[in-house]
Write a protein that binds this ligand. Structure first.
Ligand SMILES: Cc1cc2nc3c(=O)[nH]c(=O)nc-3n(C[C@H](O)[C@H](O)[C@H](O)COP(=O)(O)OP(=O)(O)OC[C@H]3O[C@@H](n4cnc5c(N)ncnc54)[C@H](O)[C@@H]3O)c2cc1C
Length: 545
């Protein structure tokens, strides 16, 4: 055991491990890269996290950087949950519900709590946290906060960032701070602090005040976005100030989350689900646009394409038997309404049917839990594709999360099909049609030199195409290592420079998850590509996407 590990073992109450097998286990996440950590820490409490950061900071002051990567369940698909230094693994001990406020419905949790278990606890109080990702069964709330995760309900309810009310975080130097929206007076108090916290508030406030014009241009015209830092959401016109939106989605590159308080919504499982079957993608785009204009946005507008249905027909023919039959439509939309008032649901359903009928689209409306579950199987069938193996071919998450303005939905799909054609790739599309946020994982073999080269050509073309359509490289999965090299192209040099300054303010020594999100070039990530891809961390559950 090296000296750093030895020191940590002596000072922490949680376990510190350096065994080769543990380090190997944490050398991959849900993405295509590999980086082996040198030390694994299972913090027992916030104090362990504080001490780890403090020690790392002191080493950095003396010229030795031992980075820290926070880790939830490691389902990150872009290499964000990897690091060469100390891996701080939260699910082992820091996984409790601290408080559930019966009145407001807000819940305060430790970051390592399993998202699905937390959601179940909320359901028992008729509440839920809407922006849950498809990986809900195996990911942590801390990881979802750090990624600004979102999912099928985001079209109506928004992303994780919209729900995080307050955080407790450990700063790079080990200071523990609480973040929430502050009024002017409270902000002034923070600005006067002689601590590192005070320095962070002063520097970020000055950065915002000096760059208002640039920051106002930093909002990309998409309905959700997990790329970059949400600088525009920190200071409001009324002078109120909140570091929380900056830390949400920052992937542990600015601070380590040790406690999160999130708002929740009333849970209504008594929904109406409509499946609509399209032979023309242009019509699907039009319908999506009109559905978004309804008096109340549907609680989901999800999709799968013909290729996914054909894939399933070939490999798991029984899964959708009697639910959707060949020959398959070009695209299936699932539209859900969850308004607690039954009459409102009926009215919205009627309006939806009117839109579908106008375009002569066939559809099916279901209210019973069993029938709805059947229809949802269409969308969840993407799991079969991402878990599929054929020799060394795997469905790789490399271009899996682009989002464009909804009016470019059809063009986006068309461009993706062209890209697949040019690269002779087998894949399929599924995802959040209402947000024009599409998922796709082409089959490639990372053991083959040709395919390894293809990966980087493909991502280059894909991300440039998404940016050219006015989109974002990540709707929900965040930048990680994979998309970090495209952040400057996405936002432009001015805004990227502000992102770099933010990183410098919070993390002057580059301790917090370096190599992720910011200051990353394509040449940095090329050597990190795995020789094989597997989802060995995720097989506790059938992975959904
Ligand atoms: C099959 C599949 C489907 C998915 N579907 C979705 C989806 O629908 N929507 C979506 O948004 N994402 C999705 N994801 C991506 C990912 O699962 C989610 O973003 C998830 O919320 C990450 O949680 P985690 O616990 O696995 O985090 P990890 O992978 O462990 O970490 C994610 C990032 O957060 C940082 N982090 C973790 N904990 C902390 C902490 N306490 N403090 C600071 N930083 C921290 C890590 O360093 C890393 O950068 C999917 C992934 C897979 C494999």
């Amino acid at each position: 055991m090296n000296k750093v590990a030895h020191y940590l073992q002596e000072h922490l109450t949680g376990e510190v491990i350096t065994s080769a097998d543990a380090r190997k286990y944490f050398s991959t996440d849900g993405g295509v890269f590999t980086v082996t950590p040198s030390i694994i820490v299972y913090p027992r409490n916030e104090n362990d996290v504080r001490k780890t950061a403090r020690f790392s900071w002191q080493l950095a002051e003396r010229g030795r950087v031992v980075p820290i990567t926070a880790r939830g369940a490691g389902t990150d698909q872009a290499g964000g949950a990897l690091g060469a230094g100390i891996m701080v693994v939260f699910p082992a001990h820091m996984n409790r519900i601290i408080e559930l406020d019966g009145k407001s419905g807000a819940i305060t949790v430790e970051p390592g709590i399993n998202y699905g278990k937390m959601q179940q606890a909320l359901h028992t109080h008729n509440r839920f946290l809407p922006p849950f990702p498809s990986s809900i069964e195996y990911c942590t709330l801390g990881g979802a906060v750090a990624n600004n995760a979102s999912g099928e309900k985001t079209i109506k309810y928004g992303s994780t960032r919209d729900y995080v009310k307050a955080l407790r975080v450990v700063l790079a130097n080990g200071e523990i701070i609480e973040t929430r929206r502050l009024n002017k007076r409270e902000l002034n108090k923070k600005l006067g602090l002689a601590t590192f916290e005070g320095e962070v508030y002063r520097s970020i406030d000055t950065l915002i005040e000096d760059n208002k014009a640039i920051i106002s241009k930093s909002v990309i015209g998409v309905s959700k976005n997990s790329a970059g830092y949400a600088l525009s959401e920190v200071k409001r016109k009324d002078g109120s100030f909140d570091l929380t939106p900056l830390i949400v989605g920052s992937q542990g590159t600015l601070a380590i989350v040790t406690e999160a308080t999130v708002e929740t919504e009333v849970y209504n499982p008594d929904t109406t689900l409509i499946a609509a079957f399209f032979d023309d993608i242009q019509v699907a785009e039009q319908v999506v646009m009109e559905l978004r204009e309804l008096p109340e946005t549907p609680s989901a507008i999800e999709m799968v394409d013909e290729n996914l249905l054909n894939f399933l027909h070939e490999h798991n023919p029984n899964q959708l038997k009697g639910i959707v039959d060949a020959p398959f439509p070009k695209l299936v939309l699932l539209v859900e309404f969850d308004n607690p008032n039954d009459r409102t649901q009926k009215r919205l359903t009627k309006k939806t049917i009117k839109i579908l009928s106008k375009y002569q689209v066939t559809y099916q409306v279901e209210k019973t839990p069993e029938k709805k579950e059947d229809l949802w199987k269409i969308r969840h069938s993407a799991a079969a594709l991402i878990a599929h193996t054929e020799g060394n071919l795997r469905a790789l998450p490399i271009i899996e999360d682009g989002i464009v303005p909804v009016e470019n939905f059809q063009k986006y799909i068309q461009n993706v099909y062209e890209l697949f054609g040019r690269y002779h790739l087998r894949s399929a599309l599924w995802g959040h049609a209402g947000n024009a946020n599409l998922h796709m994982q082409p089959f490639l073999d990372l053991g083959q030199v040709g395919d390894r080269q293809k990966v980087f050509k493909l991502i280059d073309e894909y991300y440039k195409m998404v940016i050219a359509l006015g989109g974002s490289t990540s709707g929900e999965h965040n930048d990680g290592r994979l998309r970090a090299p495209y952040l400057e192209q996405l936002y432009g040099a001015d805004i990227y420079e502000l992102f770099q300054k933010i990183k410098q303010v919070f993390d002057p020594y580059g301790i917090l998850n370096p190599g992720v999100k910011i200051n990353v070039k394509l040449d940095d990530i090329k050597p990190l590509l795995r020789q094989e891809y597997s989802m060995e961390h995720l097989y506790d559950h059938m992975p959904r996407n």
